[in-house]
Design a protein around this ligand. Structure first.
Ligand SMILES: CC1=C(CCC(=O)O)c2cc3nc(cc4[nH]c(cc5[nH]c(cc1n2)c(C)c5CCC(=O)O)c(CCC(=O)O)c4C)C(CCC(=O)O)=C3C
Ligand SMILES: [Fe+2]
Length: 323
């Protein structure tokens, strides 16, 4: 017994779970507003808009299923939390960085429902001050404004369920090559590049991505692997490299014939996966005699959901222990 007396307060309010992600447009018409938000209110040039719209058109063929994917992830996380913690303990809300419902909208919806305690988690496993840190800052500020206590899950990049889920996807991907992980074959882990100045900030992003990659390679029994960056922006500033196209060029010159691209920072079927890898990198690889395959993304994979649900529950328990 702890010895503390607790006054009955009626039904205990559930803990809110703010499930955050980058956000994706809802339609082709929505691309401009979305891009303008990413550019902090500066509308893209006509050329930039056309380029981005064309990339979306190519991957979705006119229909826009990307947001439904996020909705399914949030629903699946809810069901997983219900099953591991009991129904009514946690209620999930969505908060997107660059599209409605925005991060602030998610917190406002929780406040309207009388929720007093919130855990925030992002649909990406590794922490960077420039990515996850930005989501958490906005969520924390909105929670402070509304008198809600907020706990941030910074990362879950080595959660055993995540590593196991990814290693199964790697094994499945390798089985698509006729002789599995045979000769001239390489697993190429990848993640979204960031402006290189993050390195000066002692940002954990790169180390965490390498840690996830090494753990997945070990779990899948893969010896021949590398890590590379993808989807760098064109900002005039240097971004983290080497880029996946440079890496493929080098691998081709070394005689590599088969590559299994394994994105470890993205968990969903995003533009950067469906376009930058499946279309751009694949074409580039094929032109150099490399067959490129990619693991199936986790999306609402049961083990991935368990990794997040377990991380949320532990974040709440740790917070309680600190008080
Ligand atoms: C680290 C990181 C992640 C991974 C972590 C996380 O998931 O948060 C990520 C994810 C995503 N990025 C996405 C889309 C875009 N990102 C852009 C631009 C930028 N990304 C950046 C970083 C990241 N981005 C940065 C530093 C910029 C430069 C402008 C800025 O400082 O913000 C642009 C502008 C045009 C272009 O550059 O292509 C678009 C369209 C989508 C959704 C795509 C879909 O609809 O499926 C997702 C999941
Ligand atoms: Fe991005």
């Amino acid at each position: 017994m702890s010895g503390t007396t607790q006054k009955p307060t009626g039904a205990q309010k559930p803990t809110g779970v703010l499930v955050m992600s980058y956000g994706t447009p809802e339609s082709l018409e929505g691309v401009e507003a979305y891009y303008t938000h990413i550019r902090r209110g500066n509308p893209p040039t006509a050329e930039q808009l056309e380029d981005l719209t064309d990339r979306y058109k190519t991957i979705v063929g006119g229909v826009f299923p990307l947001r439904e994917n996020t909705n399914r992830q949030v629903e699946a996380l809810q069901l997983t939390l219900d099953s591991i913690a009991g129904e009514g303990k946690y209620v999930c809300y969505q908060g997107l960085k660059h599209a409605a419902p925005y991060i602030e909208d998610g917190v406002a919806a929780m406040a309207a429902d009388g929720i007093k305690e919130v855990v925030g988690i992002v649909l990406t496993p590794q922490y960077s001050a420039m990515s996850v840190g930005g989501y958490m800052k906005r969520a924390q500020e909105e929670a402070d404004k509304r008198g809600i206590s907020f706990v941030a899950v910074k990362e879950y990049h080595l959660h055993p369920e995540l590593i196991d889920a990814l290693s199964k996807r790697v094994q499945e991907g390798l089985s698509r090559f006729e002789d599995g992980a045979g000769a001239n074959m390489l697993v190429l882990f990848s993640a979204h590049s960031l402006p290189a100045k993050v390195l000066e900030m002692k940002d954990p992003y790169q180390d965490q991505l390498l840690a996830t990659s090494a753990a997945v390679a070990a779990a899948a029994g893969v010896q021949n692997w590398q890590f590379t960056w993808q989807s760098a922006g064109q900002t005039g500033q240097p971004w983290l490299g080497p880029d996946i196209l440079e890496t493929l060029e080098k691998l081709a010159s070394e005689g590599v014939k088969r590559v299994l691209v394994t994105p470890v920072g993205f968990v969903s079927d995003h533009l950067e996966v469906l376009y930058d890898i499946d279309i751009e990198a694949r074409k580039f690889a094929e032109e150099r005699g490399i067959r490129l395959e990619r693991i199936r993304m986790l999306n609402d994979d049961a083990q991935y959901m368990l990794a997040m649900a377990d991380t949320v529950v532990k974040a709440v328990a740790n917070e309680g222990a600190d008080v």
